[in-house]
Design a protein around this ligand. Structure first.
Ligand code: NAD
Ligand code: USQ
Length: 384
């Protein structure tokens, strides 16, 4: 299958490009390299010393004999997006090419607008180019479990049956996102659903939990590593806790630490996305897959990191710091996850076993984490 990966230079995008190519797919990708600039803006960097895209492509060819094609450009530009889709005519577009950070979108008006314009316009440009050039193409779009928020009832996969004033219908489950970033994903969801309805496009909207880990089997040498962020803006919870343990920084669950989310390992995210790619929806179908391995509170995650760190002679300590976000710190959380297991998904390792791979790998980059220690403590406040 010819797969075009929007956001090829990113944490998931680079990993997925190699994973799909290894399974025999013809992979090309797009990126405007904004993630690298946006991380620099807050004076941080990836713990892993990632190579330029040119070096990555050469290293991949040297290691495997296989080629990946790459186009540098901005999905916010309608003519660029139209051109690459018309040129490649992909069977599947995996759209990862968005700004993924909740804290970044909460900095101020400029960062809110940048995130919203980037994410909503980029997706619309893809939809219009698909309609024009590849109406049969499958759009696999990365949404987020955070679209749903933390309702006091079970969370279905996208839709639920409701009876109201004596009448029944199947409707989109209410979205209650918790940041300007998470809102972009909700807007994207409705735009894609509408495009599928009016133009008979086909799409899978992935409500993905928080991803963790740094190693997959394709990273056979360090030139092929993906990025790994740990600062307050771009690092996600479990990845941050691992990096903190390595430099002897207290682990930082926010507030009471009962915030519960779905988490999944990077290698399992690759497995899930590939299952969705290889099992496309029908024309006109808009479907939603929830995607995670297990749900954990941030306190529980920190406890796992303390436990596994000990095996590597790291004495990690937990410090529940003041929560910079506006979010429930104790709540019900029971999301469904049936579609992907029904199509064959099985988590590869337990959380602890994945940590036994991540932590020693990150120890190799201890100096790079230490060098950006100042970027760890949160300064961006939701209600400021
Ligand atoms: P990332 O920032 O590492 O990757 C996104 C890539 O897209 C970056 O390389 C960036 O330069 C590129 N990009 C952004 N805007 C672009 C534009 N206008 N034109 C071209 N390229 C553009 O993020 P990630 O962690 O790999 O996440 C990928 C997707 O998955 C995002 O949509 C994110 O919201 C979603 N997601 C991520 C996680 C997670 O925990 N990492 C969890 C759930 C959902
Ligand atoms: N948290 C801590 N301590 C930290 C960092 C985070 O307690 O040091 C807490 C947050 O307050 C939140 C939870 O951990 O309650 C998750 O935060 P996060 O930063 O790991 O994740 P989030 O901001 O939700 O965003 C990440 C990705 C985003 C994706 C989302 C999936 O950056 O792209 O959409 O995870 S989900 O959380 O399911 O919406």
């Amino acid at each position: 299958m010819k797969v075009m990966i929007m956001g090829m230079d990113g944490y998931l995008g680079w990993t997925l490009s190699m994973y799909l190519s290894g399974r025999g797919h013809d992979v090309c990708g797009v990126d405007n390299m904004s993630r690298r600039r946006n991380v620099q803006e807050i004076e941080s960097w990836s713990a892993t010393p990632i190579k330029s895209m040119k070096e990555r492509l050469e290293a991949y060819k040297k290691a495997t004999g296989r080629e990946l094609r790459f186009y540098e450009g901005d999905l916010q530009e309608p003519s660029f997006t139209d051109l690459v889709i018309a040129k490649e005519k992909p069977d599947c577009i995996v759209h990862l090419g968005e700004i993924p950070s909740a804290p970044y979108s909460m900095i101020d008006l400029d960062h809110c607008n940048y995130t919203q314009m980037n994410n909503i316009i980029g997706t619309n440009n893809i939809l219009f180019a698909m309609k024009k050039h590849v109406p049969e193409c499958h759009l696999l779009k990365l949404g987020t479990m955070g679209e749903y928020g933390t309702p006091n009832v079970d969370i279905p996969e996208g839709f639920f049956e409701i009876e109201y004033r004596g009448r029944k219908d199947t409707l989109p489950f209410p979205r209650q996102p918790g940041s300007w970033y998470h809102l972009t994903k909700v807007h994207g969801t409705y735009n894609i659903m509408f495009a599928c309805k009016i133009w008979q496009l086909r799409s899978t909207d992935i409500m993905q939990g928080v991803v963790h880990g740094v190693v997959t089997d394709d990273m056979v040498n360090d030139d092929l590593l993906t990025r790994f962020d740990f600062d307050e803006v771009w690092g996600t919870a479990l990845n941050r806790f691992c990096a903190q343990a390595i430099i002897g920084h207290e682990l930082t669950p926010y507030g009471r630490g009962g915030q519960t989310r779905g988490y999944l390992a990077l290698r399992d995210s690759m497995q899930c996305l590939t299952i969705a790619i290889e099992n496309p929806p029908d024309a006109g179908e808009y479907r939603v897959f929830n995607q995670f391995d297990e749900c954990y509170s941030v306190n529980k995650l920190a406890e796992y990191v303390v436990k596994v760190s000990k095996e590597f002679d790291l004495d990690a300590k937990i410090w529940n710091i003041e929560n910079p976000r506006l979010e429930a710190e104790e709540h019900y959380y029971e999301p469904d996850m049936k579609h992907l297991p029904n199509l064959g998904f099985k988590p590869t390792y337990t959380l602890e076993d994945e940590l036994r791979i991540t932590i020693p790998k990150l120890v190799e980059y201890k100096d790079r984490i230490e060098a950006k220690r100042q970027s760890i403590m949160p300064k961006i406040k939701w209600t400021a």
